[in-house]
Design a protein around this ligand. Structure first.
Ligand code: NAD
Ligand code: UFG
Length: 333
C-alpha cells in the first residue's frame, strides 16, 4: 500500500516507517519537525536502503495537505503527528487542543475529499483513565487527568463520528501502552528535548551519567512493591502492530490495545535494566507525581484473536536496545 505517515520522523512514527518498508509498503512522510530532526530521515533511508519521500509540512495546514493528496495516490494514512507531553499540556492546553485536534480534522477532511478510506490513529491507554486493570477495549472511558489525554479521547470521537456519517471509512484506533526501547541498530530511538518526562529515557540518562539520580515517584501505591505499574512495550513491536493493524483494517471503527499484557513496576524496570546492561541506576524515592495512576496494563486478547498480532520482545530486549541507543547518541554538554 501507499501510506502517508504523519509524524513519521518522531519516535514511534520512525520505527513504524521501518516496519512498513520492510513489509513492502510505500511510505510518504509528513512532519513539521516540531519534535524531530531531519537527520532521522537519513537514518531511515540508511536502515531501509531506500529514498523515502518526505514533506516538511504542518498537518494542520489544509492547503498543503490537499496538495499532497492531489499529488499522490494514497491507500491510507497513519496519523502519529501530535504533541504528547502530559505536563506541558496542562500548562499550554490550547496549544495541545489546537494541534492534536486540528491535525486530525484536517487529515480526515482530506481523506474524505480524496477518497482515502484507511485511517489508523495513534491513541493512548490514557483514555481509560483510572479504570480497573487490565484495560479492555470495551470499558467505558473515564476522565483523563490532562488536556493531552482529552485530545486523544476527542480524536477517537471525531473519527467515530466520521465513520457514522460515512460507513465506507476503515478506521483503526490503536491505544498504545508504554513504548520504550529503540531500533536494534542504535540509529533510531527516543530523544527527548531537555530533561525527560518519561521513565526509560530518564533511566538511560542516569546510567550514562547525564543526570545524577532517578526520582521514583511514590512507593505507596497498591502495587507489588508500591511503585507505579505500567505495560512497557518494545517500540519495534508497536511498529509491527501498526503494520498488522493496517493490513487487517476493515470497514467501520475498530479499537485495539497495543501492549504486552504484562505489568512492570518502576523498581522492577530499574532492576531489569541494571541486570541486562550490567550498570547501576542510582535512584531515590520521592513524592507521587500529580496525575499518575497506580497501575496501567492491557488486556491484549482482542488484537491477538482478531488480527493475530502479539508483542514478541522481552523487557530485557527493551532495556538492551534503549541503552544501546543512549550510548550511540552524542552528549553535547
Ligand atoms: P513524537 O513527538 O516523537 O512524534 C510526533 C511527531 O509528529 C514529531 O516528529 C513531530 O515533529 C510531529 N508533529 C507534531 N505536530 C505536527 C503537525 N501539526 N504537523 C506535522 N508534524 C507534526 O511522539 P511519539 O512518541 O512518536 O508519538 C506519536 C503519537 O503517538 C502521538 O500522537 C502521541 O500522542 C501518541 N502516543 C505516544 C505515546 C508514547 O508514550 N510515546 C503513548 C501513547 C500515544
Ligand atoms: N516515573 C518515575 N520517575 C520518572 C518518570 C516516571 O518514577 O522520572 C514513573 C511514573 O510515576 C509511572 C511510570 O514511571 O509510574 C511510567 O511513567 P512515564 O512518564 O514513563 O509514563 P506514563 O505511564 O506516565 O505515561 C506514558 C506517556 C503518555 C501515555 C501513557 C499511556 O507519557 O503519553 O504512557 O499509558 F498516555
Amino acid at each position: 500500500m501507499n501510506i502517508l505517515v504523519t509524524g513519521g520522523l518522531g519516535y514511534i512514527g520512525s520505527h513504524t516507517v521501518v516496519s512498513l518498508i520492510e513489509t513492502g509498503h510505500k511510505v510518504i512522510i509528513a512532519d513539521n519537525l516540531s519534535n524531530s530532526n531531519k537527520e532521522v530521515l537519513d537514518k531511515l533511508n540508511s536502515i531501509t536502503n531506500s529514498n523515502i519521500l518526505f514533506y516538511q509540512i504542518d498537518v494542520t495546514d489544509s492547503d498543503k495537505i490537499n496538495i499532497l493528496f492531489e499529488q499522490h495516490k494514497l491507500d491510507g494514512v497513519i496519523h502519529f503527528a501530535g504533541y504528547k507531553a502530559v505536563g506541558e499540556s496542562t500548562l499550554k492546553p490550547l496549544k495541545y487542543y489546537y494541534n492534536n485536534l486540528l491535525s486530525t480534522i484536517t487529515l480526515a477532511k482530506a481523506c474524505k475529499k480524496y477518497n482515502v478510506k484507511k485511517f489508523v490513529f495513534s491513541s493512548s491507554a490514557t483514555v481509560y483513565g483510572d479504570n480497573n486493570v487490565p484495560f479492555k477495549e470495551t470499558m467505558s472511558l473515564l476522565p483523563t487527568t490532562n488536556p493531552y489525554g482529552e485530545t486523544k479521547v476527542m480524536g477517537e470521537r471525531i473519527l467515530q463520528d466520521l465513520v457514522k456519517s460515512d460507513p465506507e471509512f476503515e478506521v483503526t484506533l490503536l491505544r498504545y501502552f508504554n513504548p520504550i526501547g529503540a531500533h536494534p541498530s542504535g540509529l533510531l530511538g527516543e530523544k527527548p528535548n531537555g530533561i525527560p518526562n518519561n521513565l526509560m529515557p530518564y533511566i538511560t540518562q542516569v546510567a550514562k551519567g547525564k543526570l545524577k539520580e532517578l526520582h521514583v515517584f511514590g512507593n505507596d501505591y497498591p502495587t507489588i512493591d508500591g511503585t507505579g505499574v505500567r505495560d512497557y512495550i518494545h517500540v519495534m513491536d508497536l511498529a509491527e502492530g501498526h503494520v498488522a493493524a493496517l493490513e487487517n483494517i476493515k470497514q467501520g471503527v475498530h479499537i485495539y490495545n497495543l501492549g504486552t499484557g504484562n505489568g512492570t513496576s518502576v523498581l522492577q524496570l530499574i532492576t531489569t535494566f541494571e541486570k541486562t546492561n550490567n550498570i547501576k541506576v542510582p535512584y531515590r524515592i520521592v513524592e507521587r507525581r500529580q496525575g499518575d495512576i497506580a497501575s496501567c496494563y492491557a488486556d491484549v486478547t482482542k488484537i491477538e484473536t482478531e488480527i493475530g498480532w502479539y508483542a514478541k520482545r522481552t523487557l530485557e530486549d527493551m532495556c538492551k536496545d534503549a541503552w544501546h541507543f543512549e550510548k550511540s547518541t552524542v552528549t553535547l554538554v
